[in-house]
Design a protein around this ligand. Sequence first.
Ligand SMILES: Cc1cc2nc3c(=O)[nH]c(=O)nc-3n(C[C@H](O)[C@H](O)[C@H](O)COP(=O)(O)OP(=O)(O)OC[C@H]3O[C@@H](n4cnc5c(N)ncnc54)[C@H](O)[C@@H]3O)c2cc1C
Length: 430
Amino acid sequence: MTHTPIQEPLWWADCPPVEPTPAPLPAKVDVLVVGGGYAGLATAHELAQGGAQVAVCEAAPFGHFASARNSGGVSFGLELETLRHYRKWLGLKGSDAAALAAEAAQAVDELAGFIEAERIDCDFRMAGRLVAATSERRFRQFEARVASLNRLFDARAYLVERRDQGSEIDGPNFHGLMVISRSGQLHPAKLLHGLLRCCRLAGVSLHARTQVLSLQRQGAAFSAQTSRGPIECERIVLATNAHLHRLGEIGLERRVVPVVSNIVVTQELDQGLIDRLLPRRRTASDGRRVLAYFRVTPDGRRFLYGSRAAPGEISTERATAILRARMVRSFPQLSNARIDYAWGCQVAFTLDRIPHLGESAGIHFITGCHGNGVAMMNHLGRKTARRILSGERSAFDANDFPRIPLYRGTPWFLPSMHRAYQFIDWKSER
Ligand SMILES: Cc1cc2nc3c(=O)[nH]c(=O)nc-3n(C[C@H](O)[C@H](O)[C@H](O)COP(=O)(O)OP(=O)(O)OC[C@H]3O[C@@H](n4cnc5c(N)ncnc54)[C@H](O)[C@@H]3O)c2cc1C
């Protein structure tokens, strides 16, 4: 009989999406936050601690989207080399690499500090991250990356030659590794639940299944129409990630591309097999253009493997088959492992390949996590709050970050880009 995986995140077995008891919507608040993922909740928590009256409207139950579906890697995750190339090719400007790197590294420390200070039980460990080279050439390219990671991020990164990699990974097709010590991991849905608790304690008004439908300016303030009635507010923060709605007509749908990432999780595995796969339990990736990421789950029993299975939305069955085949190519010892959980979700990409916060026409926004938002979206949420409370600025500030030419919300270019990336990966592994 064919086994059908559970088509929802493993994380929900411990922490399912939640709907706080519906309270009446407040008639008026200082700040309305649209979206209740990490970015929205971190913004709301920081604002409420600063004395503001805040409501969060979340279209789904809290913990339904990326913030409770990701793989739980905590890293700065900026590809500054790529950023440099993109800026050169496209003639883009922005904060310098050192400022971006310093703030991204700060985001990791800030999240670690927050988890500790608020005693959030989310299986957080600064266990480090490794990037496995899929060819000898790729491994040699890591030398320059290690140097730049250590210079810019103080990443405590180093190389592990292929002959020594058995202490880190059991992947016969990998050609050596780069280890980045200044990275961590956690249980993403437990973090989200912890943030919700902090918001509740700080007095944030939380509203699940409350979609914000439109925003209207009223003098210096706003009136927001939601699926449960109107709210008036002085400021608005859009923390809607890849879910793009024409709220306030600030044009995010022309600057942010939603891209789906999928995850599969195996059945519980033999302890010896798990101990050989990733002995130090670091989070890991294969460094490809169409990147695959993997880790052992926090209970130490299963293997999680994720990637972009296809350029657009495909069925979970098809995504599972694609990911499983890729996983087994890298880890042939998993050829008999059953897949117990499979899910996907959108992440938000920007043209200049970095996340942004900003403000346009009085509406603040946080977007563009590029699949690296666990530390960063928490950080940019807090930065947005501090920008509202005291004018504090961020290296990721970009009120008018670049629009994508010929793009109006339908990412027609993704299939060609996906194929091009697959070709680059194939060629670099010849
Ligand atoms: C499969 C996968 C794996 C990932 N792995 C990692 C990882 O290992 N490490 C890492 O750093 N990052 C990872 N990420 C990225 C990370 O999950 C995201 O960057 C982060 O969760 C984004 O947080 P957010 O608050 O911006 O978005 P979300 O969590 O998506 O929250 C946005 C919310 O806005 C709500 N919303 C949208 N429109 C409206 C509206 N009009 N009214 C009301 N509510 C609205 C949505 O319902 C949604 O809940 C991964 C992402 C995915 C999908």
